[in-house]
Structures are given as C-alpha cells and as structure tokens.
Write a protein that binds this ligand. Sequence first.
Ligand code: SF4
Length: 324
Amino acid sequence: MENMNLLEVHDLKVHFPVRQGLFGGVRGYVKAVDGVSLSIGAGETVGLVGESGCGKTTLGRAVIRLIEPSAGSVRFEGEEITRFSGAELRSRRRHFQMIFQDPYGSLNPRMTVGDIIGEALDIHRLAPEPEARRKRIEELLSQVGLDPAHFSRYPHEFSGGQRQRIGIARAIAVQPKLIVCDEPVSALDVSVQAQVINLLQDLQTQLKVAYLFVAHDLAVVEHISTRILVMYLGRIVEHGPSTELIADPRHPYTQALISAVPEVDPASKRQRIFLGGDVPSPIHPPSGCPFHPRCPVAESRCRREVPQLREIKPGCFAACHLAR
Ligand code: SF4
C-alpha cells in the first residue's frame, strides 16, 4: 500500500458510437480516448494538456466515472472502480470530485451558496445536524477566501472568480483525495486566474489532495504540475516531469504548444512553431501517426506506422518515430 499510486489508469478507452440517422445502426466510433494510461500519486498534481477536441475533458471525466469508459482499467487506491455501480460507486465518489470549467453554468442559480455547498455534505451525510452543517459551510467559505456571511446569497451575486471559489468549496466539502480540475481558470480574467491557481495550491498543501489539472494552456499547468501529459486525438503523445518536458520537449506537437507560450525573458531565442489546421476528426483519424497532417517534420513512414510511446530519456516518454 505504501508506494501505491492513488490513481492508476491502464489502457482506458472511451468510444462513442456514431449512428446512421435517429434509429440507424452504428456506422463508426468517435475514439475520444483511445488507450490512455496514467498514474497520480497521493497529493500530486498531474497536468493534462492539448487543444480543444483532443479528448482531455472526456478522459478527466472517465477516470472518475462521470463518463463510462468503453474499456480499460481505473484503479483508485488499488480498487478497480470500473466494476462498481449503485451504492458501492456512490460511497467511493466522495473521494474523487470535480471542479468545472464554467463557473456560471456549474452552479444552480436557484440555490443559495449555503445549499450548493451543503448539498455535497448532505449526499455523504457529513454534517447531519443543522448547526454543524452551517458551521462547516461557513468554514469552507472562509477556506476558499469568501465571506461566510454570504451563506444565503445566490450565484448571480458573485463575480466569475468568486463563483469558481464556490465550486472549489463544493468540491473540497467532502474531503476528497483527488479532484479533476477541468480548465478551472480558462473562463476567468487573466488577473483572477493566478488567484484561483494560488488558492488551489494552498488547499493542496493543507488538504493533501491530488489534482488532475486539465488545461489547453501549457503556461497554466506548468506552474502547478509535477508531471505533464500531452494529449492529441485521444492519445498521450508525450509525458514527463514538468520542468524537463517544458525545457526539452521531444514530440513536435509539444514543441509547437510550448512555442506558443509567451516568454518572460526578452533575450530568449525561442521560435514560434505554427501548426496548420485544427485537430482532425476523431471519427476518421489520419493513418499512421495521427499528428502527421500537421507535423512540420513528418516523413513518409509517419503516414503508415503508428508511433508507440517510448522512453526517450529516464522518466520522459514520447510517441514519435523521430524523437531521440
Ligand atoms: Fe511528426 Fe512523424 Fe513524429 Fe508523428 S511520428 S510527430 S508525424 S515526426
């Protein structure tokens, strides 16, 4: 148990059927997640990056069973959670929570802040006495930097950043061991983003909670994550410790993402790599390496052979024929 990861995902797939008309047969599958393996240690933050449409949100939801995986294994504290259902699954749900991208749409506008946070406590019967419940909600509000006196206010009375703090309070209310943060700052003003990230980091220190931090922006995950996974068209194309991956990316896709991050050092010689087009449709993925239509260094074999993830240097993996 000592060295076991909190979360171990192996060869996870989420394939959505594509039907011919309303009642027609299945004519194909959208392979939103196609054979992903990853692990997260207790109290660790792992960043998951990629352009929109690459499958990262689906993956984030599938590891906590908000979306049903089509195949693969998800072990949480050693237990295979894909085989749980009903009460068994509900009892585990307390340990993994989610913070959503949209702080406007993810809070019920007809519920007070106290009830939004209290609902999570009620589901898991964590504060059945009204007095203890109220005290705990007030404690959570101040823990996320909100005024406990705002207990009876409604979501529309708060700014975007404050609403995201309410979402964070709801997630930590049940003392989870893992939180999937799905683009938690991308809908917020840049000035507010850093405050919310700092709050998440402070909470991690206090609560020892692990994060799977999903973002399209490498600059955001760089500072919060110990390791980064780069996803493209349903697969992990590169992963490694954050500092090494940012300083020395080996996959052309990661290199392009990093080249787009604005640099603080004016003396830096980093060249911007522009990628043509969008992420291709996962219904008809390209042959061979799925990145080859956009890859600036693709060779003929890239169109035929699918590159597998290989260890390029200790702890750093890339799925590219040319990565060294
Ligand atoms: Fe580019 Fe080929 Fe590497 Fe794919 S395998 S990333 S197409 S060089």
